[in-house]
Design a protein around this ligand. Structure first.
Ligand code: SAH
Length: 346
């Protein structure tokens, strides 16, 4: 029988479980605090839980704590890339970046990914499974403990498509932002998606304050379909309308991610077309030169093309920034470290 995944339970769910188990109500507060505030990785550390209850928990439940398998630290900017192993032996990765405004962690939402974007290493072996809420939380918890500092920002931009693992990702956001847990502000949590329209509409109705990042990467459907299979399912018009609805219902400005790939989407005519599509929207474009992986032959856009692209967007009145590239020397992009680890013998 599968053990009960206690750390995936939101507070109200945990309270109900404690009641069903015939335990006093205050145990829910104690357990929640141990799991989500003190960030323990074993039941043994829960010092105010009686011994017999601890034994019962150990037998029937799991905390799904992650084990750090490897850490790479960038000499250039202090970015740390973590490879974790899960209880079933699967590997996932996360990244910690230090900014002036605080420590930001990039978490994975699935083991692998099924979306098939041609520039992305996460998708090379397909999607193995969704991560449990506890395993997404566990990445933040393990990193906060490792660095001994507070994590103030979380982006769900690691391996996987978060809106395919919808329920677990929502519970992750709610627990992470719970004032009885780490209380990370929802405004500092970003969900990044390749553009699954019905799920964006569902997200609009959640009354959350999270930032939505849309991985656009192209100025039109023709180029988008060339690099992102999901674009065959949802057109850019449908996606942009869903983003408009997200903005209307949450008041949160949508970020459009655009990775610049040499010769594919990085020329002045692409910038102008992108600007015309985004005009009049409360949008922000994040430009990032593609991080080349050995498994595809894409090259990062040339410096002069990146600068020109940004200039054109600004001339057209589109807010845009160039994302600081971090961790390039440590396989910083999605899925690169795990892929390397699993193919170490090739
Ligand atoms: N599936 C989600 C979240 C994970 S990917 C999504 O598509 O948004 C997080 C971001 O990294 C996406 O914008 C993705 O397109 C981008 N990305 C993936 N591989 C990259 C690479 N090699 N170089 C630059 N950006 C990359």
């Amino acid at each position: 029988m599968d053990r009960i995944d206690l750390r995936s339970m939101e507070y109200e769910r945990l309270k109900a479980w404690v009641r069903e188990e015939g335990l006093p109500a205050f145990r829910a507060d104690q357990l929640f605090s141990w799991m989500h505030e003190k960030l323990v990785s074993s039941f043994d550390e829960m010092s105010n839980i009686p011994k017999d209850l601890k034994e019962r928990l150990k037998q029937n439940c799991t905390l799904n704590a992650l084990e750090i398998r490897r850490v790479q630290t960038s000499k250039a900017d202090g970015t740390k890339k973590y490879l974790f192993s899960l209880e079933d032996g699967n590997l996932i990765e996360s990244v910690m970046m230090r900014y002036k405004h605080g420590n930001s962690v990039c978490v994975s939402s699935q083991v692998g990914c099924a979306m098939g974007c041609s520039f992305c290493a996460s998708t090379l072996n397909g999607c193995i499974r969704n991560l449990h809420t506890s395993e997404i939380l566990g990445q933040v918890y393990a990193i906060q403990k490792d660095i001994g500092e507070r994590v103030s920002n979380v982006v769900i931009m690691g391996m996987g498509e978060p809106l395919v693992n919808y329920e677990n990702v929502m519970a992750f956001v709610r627990i992470l932002s719970d004032e009885k847990a780490l209380h990370v502000s929802q405004r500092n949590i970003t969900i990044s998606t390749c553009g699954i329209v019905p799920a964006i509409d569902r997200l609009s109705q959640e009354s959350l304050k999270v930032t939505l990042a849309l991985s656009l990467h192209a100025p039109n459907d023709r180029i988008r379909r060339q690099i992102m299979p999901v674009a065959k399912k949802y057109s850019m018009d449908e996606i942009l309308s869903a983003c408009d609805r997200y903005f209307e219902s949450t008041g949160r400005r949508v970020t459009f991610e655009y990775c610049l790939i040499d010769g594919i989407n990085d020329k002045p005519e692409h910038a102008r077309e992108l600007a015309s599509r985004l005009k009049g929207r409360n949008a922000h474009v994040n430009l990032i030169p593609v991080n080349p992986t050995p498994e595809n032959d894409y090259g990062a856009a040339a410096e002069k093309d990146i600068r020109r692209f940004l200039e054109i967007l600004e001339e057209e009145g589109i807010q845009a920034t160039r994302r600081r590239e971090m961790g390039r020397d440590i396989d910083g992009a999605c899925g690169q470290l795990r892929y390397k680890e699993e193919h170490a013998d090739v």
